[in-house]
Design a protein around this ligand. Structure first.
Ligand SMILES: [Zn+2]
Length: 121
């Protein structure tokens, strides 16, 4: 039986998404995150970068903008720092991080034993 590469559950068949074989739940989850990012699209994302150097938060939800601004002001922050500063749960942060990362706004960076979240550029 094939196995989902994300949640590792055994399923009758997997769906391929960006080179990974996922169960239906994970596939839909991944696909909906991408849709959530769509307001930019590839073209407007490029224009956005050119015009603002990715400093703006247009098109983000309030919570996404808060996360982005926090990292922008601190330069880097751990997940724990962001959760404490904004009062959000690890699950919420993980969802927002996945989306912001897909939009190429923020990313993870390992320094020693810690993983910081930093701006993409
Ligand atoms: Zn899965």
């Amino acid at each position: 039986m094939p196995t989902c590469e994300n949640c590792e559950s055994s399923v009758d068949e997997t769906l391929e998404y960006e080179g990974r074989n996922l169960c239906e739940d994970c596939y839909l989850d991944a696909a909906s995150r991408i849709r959530a990012c769509d307001p930019w699209g590839e073209h407007s994302k490029k224009t956005f970068r050119e015009q603002h150097g990715l400093k703006g938060t247009d098109g983000l939800t309030d919570q996404q903008a808060e996360i982005y601004r926090l990292i922008e002001s601190k330069g880097k922050a751990t997940r724990e720092e962001i959760q404490a500063a904004l009062g959000i749960s690890p699950m919420e942060l993980e969802n927002q991080f996945a989306l912001l990362r897909h939009c190429q706004l923020i990313k993870g960076r390992r320094e020693g034993d810690l993983v910081y979240i930093v701006l993409w550029e």
